[in-house]
Design a protein around this ligand. Structure first.
Ligand code: SAM
Length: 280
């Protein structure tokens, strides 16, 4: 049966819900599905710390869900009052309802509903020292979340999702980012938009390719650097590879024919960062 559309929150309200069939509960739970996230522009984040970090980074809470009787201490009170003041809705629910929304027994203390954010590709004006990450057709939510988290760890300026990619605001991806989804700007671009961005890019555009000749440790990364990673299955497409100023490979021994996408991205990002520290 189709999930109902999530109606707008009742600004400043606190609602107590125990019914598993309540339409608001169904609507919030429906945000597990990509089609409902697309239709509403909303997404879920689980856990008190994650939700607090999000609010601290300037993401207004549209809805805050917590279970009656759970000890969230003063932090939960602060979140609830901030949510209400900001026009969001606080849902105090039974344990069974929270477990239903979270789709698991023993769920986190709180669940937050936030609005998705994407920056348009045309708005990118790369700062001189910045590193941007472009992911072509990334498909695995865990890989994407890990890359967003790693990008955050190296101070990357943002992640550009090129073509048809997995949803960065799925529950699995948000979980894997460990909060970095609230800190790293996300950009969506189709292939034509990415080609335009690449044509005007002032620094290195570094594609990673299994068939590349150059070793990633012997390449000079001109800043701002745009790192371009290929898809898990098919690798970097030839048209995208043709946009790159450099193509590099990470040498491997053994029988593995490639590295995991998130691992390869992490190696590249730390090498680019090492290069930045070495250069004047
Ligand atoms: N079968 C795919 C192929 O032929 O490219 C494997 C893709 S690999 C799992 C996903 C992405 O990680 C690649 O497109 C590339 O961007 C990066 N990658 C993985 N291992 C790499 C390596 N040893 N050198 C350079 N890039 C690598």
């Amino acid at each position: 049966m189709a999930e109902p559309r999530l109606r707008p929150p009742d600004p400043g309200a606190v609602r107590r819900i125990t019914s598993l069939t309540n339409p608001v509960v169904k609507g919030v739970r429906g945000l597990w599905l990509a089609k409902n996230r697309r239709a509403s522009g909303l997404f879920l984040a689980e856990g008190l710390k994650l939700v607090m970090d999000a609010v601290e980074f300037g993401w207004p809470l549209r809805r805050l869900v917590f279970a009656t009787g759970r000890d969230g201490g003063e932090h939960l009170d602060e979140l609830a009052s901030g949510c209400r003041k900001g026009g969001g809705e606080v849902l105090e629910v039974s344990e069974a309802v929270l477990a239903k929304i979270a789709r698991r027994d023993n769920p986190q203390t709180v669940i937050g509903v936030f609005e998705q954010r994407f920056r348009p590709a045309e708005s990118i004006e790369p700062a001189r020292d910045s590193t941007w990450i472009a992911l072509e057709e990334v498909r695995d939510p865990g890989n994407l979340g890990t890359i967003i988290r790693t990008g955050d760890a190296v101070g990357a300026a943002g992640v550009i999702l090129v073509g048809d990619t997995v949803d960065p605001y799925s529950v699995e991806t948000v979980r894997a980012t460990m909060g970095s989804v609230f800190h790293v700007p996300l950009v969506r671009a189709d292939h034509a938009g990415f080609a335009q961005l690449a044509a005007a890019w002032p620094g290195s555009i570094v594609g990673t390719h299994l068939a590349a000749v150059d070793d990633y440790r012997q390449t000079l990364y001109r800043r701002p650097t745009l790192l371009v990673m290929g898809a898990e299955r098919s690798g970097l497409g030839e048209p995208t590879a043709a946009l790159c100023s450099d193509l590099v490979r990470i040498p491997m021994d053994g029988a593995a024919d490639s590295l995991n996408l998130a691992v390869a991205t992490a190696l590249m990002l730390f090498e680019i960062r090492r290069d930045e520290l070495r250069l004047p």
